[in-house]
Design a protein around this ligand. Structure first.
Ligand code: PAF
Length: 281
């Protein structure tokens, strides 16, 4: 098994990538917090197809957790992650310490996210998205990728990163990748590691609700559809945090149907917080 070349020091990675760039190589980037699963590996495989070199970062970013228990419990499985990335051509791993990502002379300034961070996840996880844009910005500064790969599962995160790239005029293309699901429909997530089999089964109510909505929205207004979907969801065992039907770009609730309208759900299965979404029309 060939484990990937791994860097923990930002300046070593920069030097390595500089030499690659001089020889005309396109750099792809897949930022992760580790606990890799097939969803991450999909992003890596797409990046490998589209680039000469692919950097996968593994860094559990403390600034995006507003709950210290969640941060503490976040799975850290570096050895297994490296094994999952073994034998994938072109892939190198960046596994930095906090000081490498947030140096003393960090020039990052909080970004106005145009209200995108004030809805859904933003309401329940204050400060989370400033933490995400901060870390993604700093990682972009280190890796300077041509293409960066993000999953649609974190729909709001993706919308916010696209906004940041536009606002700061960053020279990186954001590539969005489909959500990978178990055969039950449950979206793959590192947090699923904390669910037992019964909880996994219970959690499929999220996907069933999204599918139900997708099949039944047509004769209803978005508000009526939202109430129907919540009633459907509540037949299951999870505790709903929010279910919103929103505009795909502004993330504001819609009053009439429009192309790309997306339903986003966050719910608790016991102590484990799960999110998912689906384009409804
Ligand atoms: O989606 C994630 O895993 C994280 O939010 C990211 C983009 C790696 C930033 O820490």
């Amino acid at each position: 098994m060939n484990l990937p070349l791994t860097f923990s020091c930002a300046s070593d990675l920069r030097k390595f990538l500089e030499a690659e760039r001089i020889s005309g190589k396109g750099i792809g980037f897949v930022p992760t917090m580790g606990a890799l699963h097939e969803g991450h590996l999909d992003l890596v495989r797409i990046a490998v197809e589209e680039n000469d070199r692919v950097v996968v970062s593994i860094f559990v970013n403390p600034t995006q957790f507003n709950n210290s228990i969640d941060l503490e419990k976040y799975p850290r499985t570096l050895d297994k992650d490296l094994q999952l990335l073994a034998d994938l051509p072109k892939v190198i791993v960046f596994h930095p310490t906090k000081d490498e990502v947030y140096p003393e002379d960090d020039k990052f300034q909080p970004i106005d996210l145009n209200g995108l961070d004030e809805v859904m996840e933003g309401t329940f996880r204050p400060g989370h998205f400033q933490g995400v844009v901060h870390v993604v910005h700093n990682l972009f500064q280190i890796v300077e990728p041509d293409n960066a790969y993000f999953g649609l599962k974190d729909y709001q995160q993706l919308a916010i990163i696209k906004w940041m790239v536009k606002k700061l005029n960053l020279r990186v293309s954001i590539v969005e990748c489909e959500t990978r699901r178990e055969s039950s429909g449950l979206a793959l997530s590192s947090r699923n590691l904390r669910l037992n089999q019964k909880e996994k089964e219970d959690s499929t109510i999220i996907y069933s609700t999204l599918k139900y909505l997708q099949s039944n929205y047509k004769d209803l207004s978005p508000l009526e559809a939202k109430h129907e979907a919540i009633a459907f969801f509540n037949r299951g065992k999870l505790e709903l945090e929010y279910l919103e039907i929103v505009d795909p770009v502004t993330l504001k609730q819609i009053v009439s149907w429009k192309d790309g309208a997306v339903c986003c759900i966050a719910a608790y299965c016991g102590e484990v917080r799960l999110i998912d979404n689906m384009i409804i029309c």
